[in-house]
Design a binder for this molecule. Structure first.
Ligand SMILES: [Fe+2]
Length: 348
């Protein structure tokens, strides 16, 4: 079968909205900024002068607390961080920034003393990207700064592409008014379930991304099929069933989505092998898509659609446990999910 059907294939616009948006975002690249954190006012001012002399917008602050306030105002593209400061040390600030999803991709250069092998080991453990030793050699400073800012530029481009794909995922959802907010809930709850089960941080982030991207492939499913929801003809069903592979193909070029690809491809597999696209069984289905699937099914049951009413929490739990027993879902994960929801209700 030709896919999509020839009669529904439209000639491509000269420049589609998505490509235009990505181009705009990349073209509007702002000047990269630097934050210097050093409790010694003379050192901080000297670094700021050197960097501004090279055309880098630079802010200098003298404590970790002031640095945090500055980052909150607007994330810099690079941080030069002194190790020893009163109050929170450079290591502690570095560790905190590197574990926060909002700031973990900002390169951090730690400024250490001359004979500071131990400082460097601690800095590496805290997640520092590079080191400069005092007294600062201006040429070394400029070389390190230029190389890390280049790296940050590439990271930003990847992040932008990633964000554009998530926006596209939301736009697919927006075509069906009955699924409003589904992506956000799925991203939040799948990440929470992953965290509850103790998967690593990278997998938790993949689950969050999977919430937005799992149905991205529906972008090529025509409206009349997408909005029908049920009673699809066999031919329409064949088109619908291609969305996991199409979504995976769209996202595959982005290396940062490596862990999200199996979520996109396998979120419609069933434990008994009756799902698609690969008919995988039980533990053949990777863990992350099984986690997302449990959350996805619950959200679908709890939401009203043109062809079915919304079920209560209790009805949804009964339905999912019965379907898990009959071989559709991972019974163990279903049990863990409801245990997590029960715990969440106790806390609330
Ligand atoms: Fe799907």
């Amino acid at each position: 079968m030709t896919y999509p059907p020839p009669e529904r294939r439209k000639p491509p616009a000269p420049e589609s909205n998505a490509i235009g948006l990505l181009g705009d975002l990349l073209a509007r690249r702002r000047k990269q900024s630097i934050l210097v954190v050093d409790d010694n006012a003379v050192n901080a001012a000297l670094l700021r002068q050197l960097l501004e002399g090279r055309g880098y917008p630079t802010v200098a602050v003298q404590s970790a607390a002031a640095a945090e306030a500055e980052i909150e105002r607007g994330a810099p593209d690079l941080i030069l961080l002194d190790v020893v400061m009163p109050g929170k040390s450079g290591y502690d600030l570095c560790r905190e920034l590197k574990t926060d999803a909002k700031t973990r991709l900002i390169p951090i250069v730690m400024i250490t003393g001359l004979s500071a092998q131990e400082d460097r080991v601690k800095g590496i453990e805290a997640g520092a990207d590079d080191f400069l030793t005092k007294p600062i050699c201006p040429e070394e400073l400029f070389a390190r700064v230029a190389s890390l800012l280049k790296l940050k530029e590439f990271t930003d481009e990847l992040e932008t592409a990633d964000a554009v794909l998530c926006t596209l995922g939301r736009s697919v959802e927006a075509r069906d008014p009955y699924t409003e907010g589904h992506c956000e809930r799925l991203a939040r709850d799948a990440a929470e379930l992953g965290h509850y089960l103790g998967v690593d941080d990278e997998s938790v982030r993949a689950l969050e991304r999977g919430g937005y991207l799992h149905d991205l492939g529906k972008i090529v499913v025509p409206d009349e099929i997408l909005k029908k929801g049920s009673d699809l003809t066999p031919a329409e069903w064949e088109i619908m069933k291609k969305h996991p592979v199409t979504g995976e193909t769209i996202c595959r070029p982005l290396k940062s989505l490596r862990l999200v690809l199996p979520i996109i491809r396998h979120h419609h597999e069933h434990s008994d092998g009756s799902g698609y696209p690969d008919g995988l069984r039980a533990r053949e289905i990777p863990l992350l898509p099984r986690i997302l699937q449990v959350v996805d099914i619950y959200d679908a049951l709890r939401t009203a659609r043109p062809y079915k009413p919304a079920l209560s929490h209790e009805q949804s739990a009964l339905t999912m446990r019965a379907e898990a027993q009959s071989g559709l879902w991972d019974a163990e994960l279903v049990a863990e999910f409801f245990a997590m929801l029960a715990k969440r209700r106790q806390v609330a």
